[in-house]
Design a protein around this ligand. Sequence first.
Ligand code: SF4
Ligand code: SF4
Length: 292
Amino acid sequence: MNITVVSGKGGVGKSTLSASLVHMLTERFGKDNIVSVDCDVDAADLHIFLGQGATVLEEYEAESSEKAFVDYDRCTSCGRCDVCRFNALRLVNGQPVIDRYACEGCGACTVLCPTDAIQIKPVKNAVIRVLDTEYGILVTGQLRIGESGSGKIVTLLKDKVNQMISDGRIRPRYVIRDGAPGISCPVIASVNGSDYVIVVTEPTPSGLVDMERVLEIVEQFGIPYGIVINKHDANPVLTERIQNEYRGIVLTKIPYDRKVVEAAVNRTPLTLLHPEFKGYIRPVIEKITSLR
Ligand code: SF4
Ligand code: SF4
């Protein structure tokens, strides 16, 4: 069963919750039954909570975007390729120089080149790792700085898990995906194919707006979801409003506490370092384990 944790924006406690869910599910079902996937490939951090002492089982570079490359031996300096709308190509002494960070791989420059001197090629834009952790297998991907294609990298991570399952290497009861924040491609890729989505929010006006935006995506997919209100005591009025508006959908609320920061500093799941937090997270576990 695929469970995805998302949030409308970063910094609301999504990875803290994901790590705690993985920890508590591992305690209940054993590490062989749990796989976690860090789908926040722009800022992967689940390994910080779960990866201490882990063994790297696999590490490889992934290709999910393409860029233009120039073969200067074929270039006649005709200048026809100077059409880039992304300002990724400039002519120097009549020959094109590509800014690899700005190039979107659209191919417009290649179409106009009479000598096939520019070609679109895949680029290695991320590193994927499979870790054997205390809390089961963790599949994580990290986009290289300045690269694009994060949504496709998330798909590669999900494909990796599915491949390992079909090869018989793993047989997880639960796959916990720590999704990306926001509403862009990696979020959509994280949510797609989920059996249940947990949306983490905080009771602030921006938190509420961002949550509503991410809920639109989840509802588009028709996937059932629950809401977790983090730092609920920061704004009791707004917390009550969310609870009333999403009655029956709010799974739990978690108070603000410096111990949450301690867990990140100690690179440990919150529920392991401070077991008193299990009570707040248990309703989410009960929901997950009741899904059929
Ligand atoms: S492939 Fe597209 S984005 Fe890249 S340099 Fe050529 S025209 Fe610009
Ligand atoms: S269009 Fe082709 S041959 Fe002309 S300058 Fe560009 S790369 Fe060189």
